[in-house]
Design a protein around this ligand. Structure first.
Ligand code: HEC
Length: 243
């Protein structure tokens, strides 16, 4: 029989080559597909497809740690050990026992923690007005570590618990740092007895906003303070200024 379109030898060889490459191509596709399913299928469970190949530890995606949230969390623990007995879990205090609220308190929510750090460090003796209501039936004893209270809170604990108090029960205010507490502790090292609310209200709300007690306020006071310096220190200071 005569073929209508007789194939040349060359074209037959080409067809063979095409067939071979098709065969190899589809075979390798099949193998790749099988391997892919085998490796990623999660043991062929119908409801499972895993991005992570068997035997390889999953990539751990660590959520960024929010340092503010961490401080508030740690502060909550300290609150539940130290303040909760008086100010209660809901921060509403105990009106019957003369304990004022911290939730929504204008003392707690002041622009800065300068006054509440002092309250925790040295205690408070009222009468004290909180959101317009006068309290004074009880005093708040100092809660910080001191010679009289060796089991009290260290400066970092005071910072954490006050950060919590300023951000719990719907309160929202800036965090309190250990540096702030240490600065206030240094500034008030000579404080004797509990604070009186009137004296606290004379202080700025933010830590370090005012000159420290005893700092020279007038040119005369400054001159006197400079005169009190040893001569070598004064000369060194003059040299520094002239530079
Ligand atoms: C033994 C009970 C007691 C403990 C413990 C105590 N407080 Fe107080 N707190 C009081 C009393 C009472 C007053 C009000 C004092 C007054 O009337 O003079 C007060 C007042 C305050 C005030 C100012 C007024 C207000 O309501 O905002 C703050 C702030 C405060 N406490 C925070 C704390 C924090 C923080 C702790 C824990 C570190 C703490 N207190 C632990 C009893 C306590």
């Amino acid at each position: 029989m005569k073929l209508l379109f007789p194939r040349s030898r060359r074209s037959q060889a080409a067809v063979g080559a095409v067939n071979l490459s098709l065969l190899l191509g589809s075979a390798s596709l099949l193998i790749w597909g099988g391997l892919y399913v085998g490796v990623y299928s999660g043991r062929f469970a119908a409801d499972e497809f895993s991005e992570i190949p068997h035997g390889r530890p999953p990539k751990v995606v660590t959520a960024a740690v929010d340092p503010a949230a961490e401080s508030i969390k740690k502060g909550a623990k300290i609150y539940s050990q130290v303040c909760i007995a008086c100010h209660q879990a809901d921060g509403n205090g105990n009106p019957g026992g003369g304990i004022p609220p911290l939730a929504g308190s204008d003392w707690v929510l002041a622009e800065g923690p300068n006054r509440i750090i002092r309250i925790v460090l040295h205690g408070l003796e009222g009468p004290v007005k909180v959101n317009g209501t006068t309290w004074g039936q009880n005093q708040m004893p100092p809660q910080a570590k001191s010679a009289d209270n060796p089991a009290g809170l260290a400066p970092d604990d005071v910072a954490l618990v006050l950060s919590y108090v300023r951000n719990a029960w719907g309160n929202k205010a800036s965090l309190v740092t250990t540096e702030m507490v240490s600065a206030v502790a240094k500034e008030t090292a000579t404080q004797v007895g509990y604070w009186h609310p009137d004296d606290l209200l004379k202080l700025p709300a933010t830590v370090g906003a005012g000159a420290p007690a005893g700092a020279p306020q007038t040119p005369e006071q400054l001159k006197a303070a400079l005169k009190a310096l040893p001569v070598d220190q004064l000369e060194a200071l003059l040299k520094e200024i002239k530079k």
